[in-house]
Design a protein around this ligand. Structure first.
Ligand code: PSZ
Length: 283
């Protein structure tokens, strides 16, 4: 079924009416989240909801629902659409007003929209890995906000795609930040390295779960940026996000990492993450 959430109402897709002067549409003035659904349940729902409210707060949008009510609204949408394996996309914008850059002088209602999609786990890539291309990170300096402004990410992903790569490996000078829609990790001599959760990356929910998994499997973590110059000397490399989970990175700019095969620590982390998701282990 195809219900969508429009503010606090569940409506049919064709009944949703959005303004051409919605600030999300004109300025990207809003924020969003993507939450994974496994077996009809949201995975790490509270963490995603907390980040949604934090992102809104950072750009001074006030969400007119309590977190509990918001959680219920999203859950009702998932139930109405009978999603078992999929994802829910939710965004909120500052609302619709005659176009002026500054915030509306007379407050207007925010516009919330959410919809669901069926989605299967990328099991082939989980085993075989993916290719990435290094690209200079030209995004803004508040990547900690899950903003609707995604032009820097879109351009990087497109360049990666045109070069036959799954993802862009973004760097500011010599320092690797993250992917265009993923977090990045290197493993060298039994230690995991990943960019610290600063303004230069999105602190992924999957990243947070992975750091807990590292503790569980006895893999030390150093939250420090990975050097681009020495990136190929790492033993293993992988990326993560809500939808991709953990994908081994097997080539960088066409050159193999770890002989082009999934690394052992990466595999262990996939298994630890799957245990949290409650899925069976694939391959
Ligand atoms: O479906 C998709 O392609 C998704 S779902 C979530 C993302 C992509 N990306 C989230 C994201 C991001 O946009 C950036 C710039 N860095 C890291 C991540 C990973 O965050 P989590 O783990 O919370 O999804």
């Amino acid at each position: 079924m195809n219900w969508v959430l429009w503010n606090d109402r569940l409506v049919k897709d064709e009944d949703i009416k959005l303004s051409k002067e919605d600030r999300g549409y004109q300025f990207g003035d809003g924020i969003y989240e993507v939450i994974r659904i496994y077996n009809g349940n949201m995975f790490t729902a509270q963490e995603h909801i907390d980040r949604f409210y934090e992102s809104a707060d950072k750009i001074k949008i006030v969400i007119p629902y309590t977190k509990d009510l918001f959680h219920k609204m999203i859950y009702d949408l998932i139930e109405a659409n009978e999603v078992t394996s999929g994802q829910v996309y939710v965004q909120i914008t500052r609302g619709a007003t005659p176009r002026l850059h500054h915030f509306p002088i007379t407050p207007v209602e925010t516009v919330l929209t959410a919809y669901t999609k069926e989605y299967k786990r990328p099991v082939t890539e989980m085993v075989n890995g993916v290719a990435v291309k290094t690209i200079e990170d030209i995004r803004w300096l508040r990547c900690d906000i899950k903003s609707l402004n995604l032009l820097g990410s879109v351009l990087a992903k497109q360049e990666a795609y045109e070069n036959g790569c799954f993802e862009a490996l973004l760097h500011r000078g010599d320092l690797i930040t993250e992917g265009s829609s993923t977090n990045m990790y290197a493993i060298k001599d039994g230690v995991l390295y990943t960019h610290p959760a600063t303004n230069l990356i999105l602190n992924g929910i999957t990243r947070r779960v992975i750091l807990t998994c590292c503790e569980e499997i006895g893999l030390p973590v150093v939250e420090q940026p990975i050097s681009l110059a020495t990136v190929l000397s790492n033993d293993e490399f992988f990326l993560s996000s809500t939808t991709t989970e953990i994908l081994p990175v097997t080539t960088i700019n066409g050159i193999k990492v770890n002989k082009g095969i999934r690394g052992e620590w990466t595999h262990k982390l996939q298994i630890a993450l799957e245990a949290k998701i409650g899925q069976e282990v694939h391959a």
